[in-house]
Design a protein around this ligand. Structure first.
Ligand code: FAD
Length: 285
């Protein structure tokens, strides 16, 4: 873990693009309140295959205009090089300096895989097209990607993204800090020298969290799952327990040397703001 301590701490927040006008208005309000925390940047997810792509651009432009650094996610699955080139050009023209580069997942009903197969190829493409213009973040999986045949292959594939030119990584969420510490140790052994920032998913809704976790391979430890199940319709009880669990997780990660935290806000103000303030987080600019 020691290499991680040398990096400046980066605290950031993630949004997803709104689907409706009412959602856009609500997100504006969320952004105004979370901007007070002075995140290093706000990232905005991107739906492979066109579902939310215009929304990503609109949302990052609004964030930038409000004076906060915005980082669009960009996934390559289902896209041609030309389409990706155009998106990168647009972001460059809008003054965007950071991108979260992903393979993404094929949406159901979409059949063309696109011209780039994996995130390492996208990172290579972004570097070839735009040099050092963008700071490139990539995804990391302390509990391993669900499609990886085994842990060491997944690590070797993570290494490809770093060698292709990634500057730093954001992890999939997890609730077992040892998974993160061991992943970081493995990366260190492979000679990978980059900040690996834990992704934090506040716990506010058990059914939604269980669904996400099944899909993305993030484990909810049995003791947490069992307790969350017990709360049933007691939303306040569930949120209070979820808050304590996530707060402890953040504390142990930071004490263990994590170089920041990236909050999956789910476009909600309170869960992220409460953790942020309790932890006394602050970016050094
Ligand atoms: P990759 O790094 O390409 O890995 C995908 C799989 O392929 C892994 O199993 C890996 O081991 C394997 N692999 C990688 N490279 C190679 C290679 N060269 N040869 C053979 N096998 C290889 N999804 C979205 O749709 N939109 C988003 O905005 C979004 N944001 C995310 C942000 C973060 C921080 C994280 C952690 C995930 C995000 N995702 C998003 C989900 C992500 O798209 C999925 O997890 C996807 O399945 C993998 O994307 P990746 O970039 O990690 O893929």
């Amino acid at each position: 873990m020691d290499t991680q301590r040398k990096y400046p701490k980066t605290y950031s927040i993630e949004f997803f693009p709104p689907k409706t006008t009412a959602g856009a208005e609500k997100l504006r309000h969320t952004r105004e309140q979370l901007a007070e925390l002075r995140p290093a940047y706000i990232s905005v997810t991107f739906g492979a295959g066109g579902s939310t792509q215009a929304g990503t651009l609109e949302t990052v432009c609004e964030i930038q205009q409000a004076g906060i650094a915005a980082a669009p996610h960009l996934s390559c699955v289902g896209s041609t090089r030309e389409q990706l080139r155009q998106i990168l050009d647009t972001y460059r023209q809008r003054g965007i300096r950071r991108i979260v580069a992903l393979r993404g997942d094929m949406p159901s009903g979409m059949h063309s895989m696109g011209e780039l197969r994996y995130a390492n190829e996208l990172v290579e493409f972004i570097r070839a097209e735009t040099g050092d213009h963008f700071k490139i973040e990539v995804a990391a999986y302390p509990e391993f990607h669900p499609q990886a045949p085994d842990a060491s292959t997944d690590l070797a594939n993570f290494k490809r993204k770093v060698e292709a030119g990634a500057d730093s990584a954001i992890t999939q969420y997890f609730y077992n800090p040892d998974a993160y510490f061991r992943f970081v140790d493995d990366c260190e052994r492979l000679g990978l020298d980059l900040p690996i920032v834990p992704g934090i998913m506040p716990i506010t809704n058990y059914k939604q969290l269980a669904r996400f976790s099944d899909a993305c391979g993030a484990e909810i430890p049995r003791w947490i799952r069992k307790r969350l199940e017990d709360f049933a319709d007691d939303i306040d009880g569930l949120r209070a327990f979820g808050y304590e669990v996530t707060l402890e997780l953040c504390r142990s990660l930071l004490e263990g040397g994590a170089p920041g935290l990236h909050f999956y806000s789910m476009n909600q103000v309170d869960p992220t703001r409460r953790l942020w303030r309790e932890l006394g987080l602050g970016n050094s600019d």
